[in-house]
Ligand binder design. Structure first.
Ligand SMILES: NC(=O)c1ccc[n+]([C@@H]2O[C@H](COP(=O)([O-])OP(=O)(O)OC[C@H]3O[C@@H](n4cnc5c(N)ncnc54)[C@H](O)[C@@H]3O)[C@@H](O)[C@H]2O)c1
Length: 447
């Protein structure tokens, strides 16, 4: 064999071996050992070079995809934690900024330690309670409000939040409470028919178990306690005007019974604790009260008529409109409550305005003060609606030197102005929330 022929043979032999090695690498070794490309890994699938892939290769590829997914999740979790930390830091900064920014509070008197009392007001975020808070704070006392916000609102006392003499506790008085105080005004209870009829059992519990808790607390810490009772203990009275000596005419199973009887038991409990446990009790029988911060939709005559007149709607009078009511302005009531607490008098005291109005007359007064186009119309009478209500306040005059001072017209003007502002506020709120929810940006985000 010539040298050239030998060379050709060697070259072609090695080419065949080379080709075989390349084939082996490409289809058997490389797919199993190659590093996956980022894009293919990101999609969880490695580029396949053999079809069908071997079971091992599939397993390996799945493992790689799983690990890549895990790495991604871990990274996202880390980012989330980091963002949460940043958020917490920002919240802390906002809190410390708020704490260091001096807030403007209504001016309060300075009382020295001896004269300053720690006063608990249950239901202090409600209509009457919040006005009582204002007066006692301004007098320089430490005031603690306990409220479950069933009908009360934080907004009623927000102007005191953060004040060193003020504390707001979210608590349901049906559960016991342990704090150190000198005096308690126990006002916690729904007060208007739609509110107290909404959950009659809870109304009874608040006025029985709640009152027991309050009297128990008063006993433990030797505090004086004033119970906010009501003219409803007289029911549909057969005596007119009603003196405190009148025992009442209450339907014990009617729709109002949960409140009327609840308050009667509340009074009974007070005198039982006074007799048996020597707790110092005061009982205020409160008659219809009105003023700013009363509920817009409490279904009572003042709010109903004012709202109807402000909206130019028909003013609706239940029954023939000849039933009478007497209305006291809230500041008069608050003066009476504070005077009663300060007095030594322990028997129940009526706090109300004896100036009597028929409901029909009252509707016309409001229509005139608001000045709209509303007409006054009579509708079906309410069940158990008392026909006459007028307090005999001889006792309050004699024992507390108290009587209401605010004339109906000026009290109503203040209340109408409050309701007008509240309506405007709620209209503004509705408008801005409508704009927000209709905004194209939000529509894009919403699913
Ligand atoms: N406003 C009146 O014309 C009137 C008349 C007679 C008696 N009263 C009595 O005066 C008190 C105050 O009446 P208002 O007109 O301010 O009523 P309101 O509804 O505005 O206030 C009552 C407050 O008690 C709170 N409350 C209710 N149940 C509670 C519970 N279980 N635990 C803690 N808080 C609770 C409510 O959230 C609310 O803040 C009531 O006891 C009421 O019976 C009021």
């Amino acid at each position: 064999m010539s040298l050239t022929k030998k060379r050709i043979k060697i070259v072609s032999g090695s080419s065949i071996i080379g080709l075989a090695l390349i084939y082996l690498y490409k289809f058997a070794i490389a797919p199993a050992t190659s590093v996956p490309r980022a894009s293919s890994v990101a999609h969880g699938v490695e580029e396949q070079r053999q079809w069908p892939p071997t079971e091992d290769a599939v397993q390996r590829n799945l493992q790689i995809a799983y690990e890549a997914q895990n790495a991604l999740l871990h990274q996202q979790r880390q980012e989330l934690l980091h963002t949460k930390e940043q958020l917490a830091q920002l919240e802390e900064q906002v809190r410390s900024l708020q704490a260091s920014t001096p807030r403007k509070y209504p001016k309060v008197k300075y009382l020295n330690y001896k004269n300053r009392k720690r006063i608990l007001i249950t239901g202090g975020a409600g209509f009457v309670g919040s006005h009582l808070v204002d007066d006692l704070m301004i007098q320089g006392h430490e005031v603690i409000v306990v409220d479950n916000f069933f009908t009360g609102r934080k907004r009623n006392v927000e102007h005191w939040l953060g004040h060193e003499n003020f504390e707001l506790i979210h608590h349901d008085i049906v559960n016991p409470l342990f704090i150190e105080i000198d005096e308690i005004y126990h006002l916690a209870s729904p007060a208007s028919p739609p509110h107290y009829m909404y959950n009659p059992v809870k109304t009874i519990k608040t006025n029985t178990m709640g009152t027991i808790n309050v009297l128990g607390l008063a006993k433990r810490v030797m505090a004086k306690v004033l119970i906010a009772s009501t003219s409803e203990v007289y029911g549909d009275p057969t005596v007119h005007p009603q003196p405190e000596t009148y025992w009442g005419h209450v339907n014990p199973i009617g729709p109002r019974a949960c409140y009327d009887e609840g308050k009667r038991v509340s009074e009974t409990l007070s005198y039982a604790y006074a007799k048996q446990e020597k707790v110092q009790v005061r009982v205020a029988r409160i008659f219809n009260t009105y003023g700013p911060r009363m509920h817009m939709n409490d279904g009572r005559v003042v709010s109903n008529f004012i709202l109807q007149a402000l909206r130019n709607e028909t003013i609706t009078v239940y029954g023939n409109g000849k039933q009478t009511r007497s209305f006291q302005y809230v500041s008069d009531l608050v003066d009476g409550l504070i005077a009663l607490m300060a007095s030594n008098y322990t028997q129940p005291v009526n706090l109300g305005n004896p100036v009597e109005q028929t409901i029909g007359e009252f509707a016309n007064i409001i229509k005139h003060l608001v000045g709209g186009q509303s007409e006054v119309k009579q509708i079906k009478a309410m069940e158990d609606d008392p026909q006459r209500r007028k307090p005999d306040i001889t006792r309050a005059k004699k024992r507390l030197n108290w009587e209401p001072k605010v004339p109906l017209e000026s009290g109503l003007l203040q209340t109408i102005s409050y309701f007008r502002n509240e309506l405007a506020r709620s209209d503004r709120f509705q408008e801005s929330s409508r704009k927000y929810f209709d905004s194209p940006d939000l529509q894009r985000i919403l699913p």
